[in-house]
Each structure stands twice: as structure tokens, then as C-alpha cells.
Write a protein that binds this ligand. Structure first.
Ligand code: HEC
Ligand code: HEC
Length: 298
């Protein structure tokens, strides 16, 4: 994804010289980086094959099934197909779905879409994502309607504040984790009600994700606790876990973390994430991996 970053720079430099077409190129390049890197929309919106790898000709075409107690839903088709995707939606409608969590017709579309995270996304980044989604190949794929067994509520109107400057590494890393990636939705311990306990157990892991019958994984403790978290890991080890899906012992980590997308993140952005993770309050919480999780993953 370095190439995208370069295009982005070149695009914005040229845009200053004139013409909105070039500014649009820069926007699309930024959206491409976000969607295929830290935000990883495809980790839910592109269905996986039996090998847990994204199905190439279904990119962003939806249909990934979530079968939980609280909801039974399928990720939506977010390609520009006019009948089964979002080709007929306006930019504002798509932005509202991403950051506040409602469909065109008002139907609320989360959980599991990490709308509370995206509510913190800057105006520039959400516009870049929409600009990029307009350029992907339309795929015809009708997806069944979701059923929710819990009350749902949209998020308040997004503030759309600009992202912190990259020179403030910890703050920018915090923006990636809390507005773009949705690390804590997976990595936070659930409270008694089954909802992540962000106030008391942020990043402490131990959330069980069911991937199928007999296939579930427990998320890792990514706080800076030295014994049960990643406080003792080197920066390079954390970087490798995020971008290559390789654990401290050198073995591949289990799905479904979006390693295939995070590998496209720039070194600068991964460094910022690691710097931010180091600032997390250490929480002692020993996570026992499931038997499935201890299998070998190719
Ligand atoms: C953790 C999974 C997950 C992630 C990550 C995710 N989504 Fe979704 N999204 C869903 C699900 C599931 C639905 C369908 C919910 C429903 O039908 O009620 C959905 C619905 C949508 C819709 C509404 C479309 C429609 O026809 O109803 C849009 C637009 C959308 N997502 C865009 C995105 C974008 C853009 C990203 C990345 C910035 C993203 N989503 C990331 C799970 C996810
Ligand atoms: C969809 C859920 C999900 C998301 C989103 C997610 N992770 Fe993970 N992550 C996991 C699971 C599950 C594991 C454990 C894998 C294993 O043990 O084989 C893991 C493991 C890790 C590890 C290795 C720790 C260890 O002890 O093995 C790190 C570091 C990590 N995640 C950081 C992150 C960061 C940073 C983000 C956001 C950019 C993130 N994760 C997003 C599910 C997720």
C-alpha cells in the first residue's frame, strides 16, 4: 500500500495546481488505503471461503452470516450494483449508514457493524471511503434481511472532527484504533450482560467469537499487562502479529482478525498503533485459547 500513499501525495500536490479530478484521485487513493487497510470493511462485507480467505469475485458483495443470540444478520452488499448494492444511494446516505448506523429507509444496521467506532471517523476519511466504494466492481448479490432480538439505537450525529496530526504518534494511533479499525469491539472482555465492558476491561480480551459449529476463538489481551497481555512483547512482535497474523511463538494466529487487510497498512500507521497500545492501562486477564484456536492455521 506504499504505492497508494505515494499516489495520495502526488495527487494532493497536483490538486493544488488545479482541477478537482486530481483531488478526487487522492480521495479515492485514501479510501482504497482505508478500506483495504486499517478499516478492513471487507473483513465483514466480503464473504469467506471454507479456507477462511476472502472470495475474490465477491469483494464487498456481502452475505457473510452472523448467527448470534442478539441478531441473525448478513453483511450488506456495498458494491455499486444498483439493485442489490448501494449504487442508488447518495454520498450522504452512505455516510449516515457508516457513522450513525441506519439504512436509507431508517432500518438500524448494527451490531455487529462497528458503528460506535466509525462515529469517531473524520469527515475527510468517511468521504474518502465513499469515493473509493464508488469505484469498486458492481457485483449482483442479494442478501437476506437481518433479524434483531435486541433493542437498537442509532449513534448520535457524528462530529466529523479532523484526525490528529501524524506527528502526534500516540494520538494518531488512538485514532486508527478507535475510529478506523475496530480493535476494541473484539478485544474487550464482555460484562455480565454480554456487552463489551469498555469502561472496566478495555483491550483485556476474552471475548468469544463463534466462527461455526465447534469453531470458536477467544480474543487476546492486548493491554500492556506483562504477564497476561502484550506488555513484554517487542514492537516488532506486535507489528508482526497485526500485519502478518503471527504470534509471539512464531506460529500463525487464528482467524478472524483482519490480518489480510492490516498487512496493507503503512509502517508509520502500524508504529502509531503499537505506540498507542503501549499506553493502554495494564489489565490482568489470562485468556485461555480454545482447542480450535490451538490448531495449526496455514
Ligand atoms: C463487524 C462487521 C462489519 C464491519 C467491519 C463493517 N460492516 Fe457494514 N454492515 C455489516 C452488517 C452485518 C450489515 C447489515 C446489517 C443489517 O442488514 O441490518 C452492514 C451494513 C452496511 C451498510 C448498509 C447497506 C445496506 O444495504 O443496508 C453499509 C453502507 C455498510 N455496512 C458499509 C460499511 C463500510 C463502508 C464499512 C467499513 C468502513 C463497514 N460497513 C464495516 C457488518 C460490518
Ligand atoms: C474480528 C475480531 C478482531 C479484531 C477486529 C481485531 N482482533 Fe486482534 N485478535 C483477535 C483474535 C481472535 C486474536 C487471537 C488469535 C489467536 O490467539 O490465535 C487476536 C490477536 C491479536 C494480537 C496478538 C496477541 C496475542 O497474545 O496473541 C494482537 C497484538 C492484536 N490482536 C491486535 C489487534 C489490533 C491492534 C487490532 C485493530 C487494528 C485488532 N487486533 C483487531 C481478534 C480481533
Amino acid at each position: 500500500m506504499k504505492a497508494a500513499a505515494l499516489t495520495l501525495l502526488a495527487g494532493s500536490a497536483l490538486a493544488l495546481l488545479g482541477g478537482t479530478a486530481l483531488a478526487d484521485d487522492a480521495l479515492v487513493a485514501r479510501g482504497d488505503y482505508l478500506v483495504n487497510g486499517p478499516v478492513a470493511c471487507g473483513s465483514c462485507h466480503t464473504p469467506l471461503g471454507p479456507d477462511f480467505k476472502p472470495i475474490a469475485d465477491k469483494t464487498l458483495a456481502g452475505g457473510f452470516h452472523f448467527d448470534e443470540m442478539a441478531f441473525n444478520s448478513y453483511s450488506a452488499n456495498i458494491t455499486p450494483d444498483k439493485e442489490t448494492g448501494i449504487g442508488n444511494w447518495t454520498d450522504e446516505e452512505i455516510i449516515h449508514a457508516i457513522r450513525e448506523g441506519a439504512q436509507k429507509d431508517g432500518r438500524i444496521i448494527f451490531p455487529p457493524m462497528p458503528v460506535p467506532t466509525y462515529n469517531n471517523m473524520s469527515d475527510d476519511d468517511v468521504k474518502a471511503i465513499v469515493a473509493y466504494l464508488r469505484t469498486v466492481k458492481p457485483v449482483k448479490n442479494a442478501v437476506p434481511l437481518a433479524k434483531y432480538n435486541i433493542p437498537q439505537q442509532t449513534m448520535p450525529p457524528a462530529k466529523g472532527l479532523p484526525a490528529p496530526p501524524k506527528t502526534d504518534k500516540v494520538a494518531y494511533g488512538g485514532y486508527i484504533v478507535n475510529a478506523l479499525g475496530h480493535c476494541f469491539e473484539c478485544h474487550t472482555t464482555p460484562g455480565a450482560n454480554g456487552i463489551p465492558d469498555f469502561a472496566g476491561h478495555l483491550g483485556a480480551g476474552g471475548f468469544e467469537i463463534k466462527l461455526g459449529p465447534g469453531m470458536s476463538v477467544m480474543t487476546a489481551n492486548i493491554t500492556s499487562d506483562k504477564e497476561t497481555g502484550i506488555g513484554d512483547w517487542t514492537d516488532a512482535e506486535i507489528n508482526r502479529a497485526i500485519t502478518q497474523g503471527i504470534g509471539r511463538d512464531g506460529k500463525p494466529l487464528a482467524p478472524p482478525m483482519a490480518y489480510a487487510y492490516y498487512k496493507n497498512m503503512t509502517d508509520e500507521d502500524v508504529d502509531a498503533v503499537v505506540a498507542y497500545l503501549r499506553t493502554l492501562k495494564p489489565i490482568s486477564n489470562k485468556v485461555e485459547p480454545t482447542a480450535f484456536q490451538q490448531k495449526a492455521f496455514p
